[in-house]
Design a protein around this ligand. Structure first.
Ligand code: C5P
Length: 300
């Protein structure tokens, strides 16, 4: 069984405060994008993992990701997902997981979480477990803060630590056009705990109707309106810790991308473009950074 594990971007990320458990309360609009890892699951006696970095012909617009910072298998989120599924359901078998990575590691694009989400959804089918989407979201929250959103699929409003997710669009919104975007990453491995530790409550007044503004600009396909509303409260902390990210954000803007913003805790920044041709032109102007062209996948 092969599953496309989609990366995500955070169109907004508001940090509301520090919680007693050391995590932060968040409110974030999370949207999947076309950049994906491929997760292959095969029935096996034990649980095992292999990870390779590939650029498939249809993904030739992205450079291969650097796997030198890959964590040991026991810390890998896809492995954790498989172990948790086995533990929670008592399934007797195992699974051989092979991941072709195209989503940069430590990049704020939810790559590891997307792989874990794919394992949860895939094993539910392969092992015929009959778990509901809510069950999988609940299990996902035990693996990592971004997993519930990626298990749920489509654009979601993520709240709490990340465990509360609700859909942003529904059928009444009609067909929502994908938007073209360019991703750039300076090649640093951003540490999420470190970026959160540096976060300080912003004194700026929040734009209260962020969700509604995001909704209406995405439905209208209006990237100028979207550019005015994208925001990420971790930007100052990530830029201070990793100045390369700030330089990459400026370079992406100078290259012509619109609404350039940080995804998650970095190190990837994204910006919108008006067409695939413009995306290609922007990408050609970016030097020294990992870049990829992608499209948003607003609904499941
Ligand atoms: O849940 P996850 O393992 O993805 O989180 C990684 C780190 O990010 C946490 O250890 C924590 O430092 C930080 N974090 C946070 N508040 C959240 C999510 C993550 O402080 N809501």
């Amino acid at each position: 069984m092969r599953i496309a594990a989609r990366a995500k971007i955070n169109l907004s990320l508001e940090v509301l405060g520090l919680r007693p458990d050391g995590y932060h309360d968040l409110r974030s609009v999370v949207m999947p994008i076309s950049l994906c890892d491929t997760v292959e699951l095969k029935p096996a006696v034990k649980i095992s993992l292999s990870v390779t970095s590939t650029v498939l012909p249809d993904h030739a617009y992205a450079t291969a990701v650097d796997l030198s910072n890959l964590c040991p298998p026991e810390e890998n989120l896809a492995m954790k997902a498989a172990r948790l599924m086995k533990l929670e359901t008592g399934h007797p078998g195992g699974v051989a997981i092979s991941i072709s990575k195209r989503i940069p590691l430590g990049g704020g694009l939810g790559g590891g979480s997307a792989d874990a989400a794919a394992v949860l959804v895939g094993l539910n089918q392969m092992w015929k477990l009959g778990l509901t989407r809510d069950d999988l979201v609940f299990l996902g929250a035990q693996i990592g803060s971004d997993v519930p959103a990626l298990v749920f699929g489509g654009t979601v409003l993520m709240e709490g630590r990340g465990e509360r997710v609700s859909p942003v669009f529904d059928r009444r919104d009609g067909k929502i056009r994908p938007l073209d975007l360019v991703l750039a990453n300076p090649g640093v491995h951003s540490s999420t705990p470190e970026v959160f530790r540096r976060w300080r409550r912003s004194r700026l007044t929040k734009q209260a109707p962020i969700l509604n503004n995001i909704r209406s600009s995405v439905i209208a396909g209006n990237i100028d309106a979207l550019a005015a509303v994208v925001q990420n409260d971790l930007t100052a902390a990530a830029f201070a810790r990793y100045p390369e990210i700030e330089r990459t954000a400026h370079a992406l803007k100078d290259a012509g991308a619109i609404g350039v913003s940080l995804s998650g805790s970095g190190a990837t920044v994204f910006g919108f473009v008006r067409s695939p041709v413009d995306a290609w032109k922007v990408q050609r102007k970016m030097s020294g950074a990992w870049t990829a062209l992608a499209r948003t996948c607003p609904v499941v």
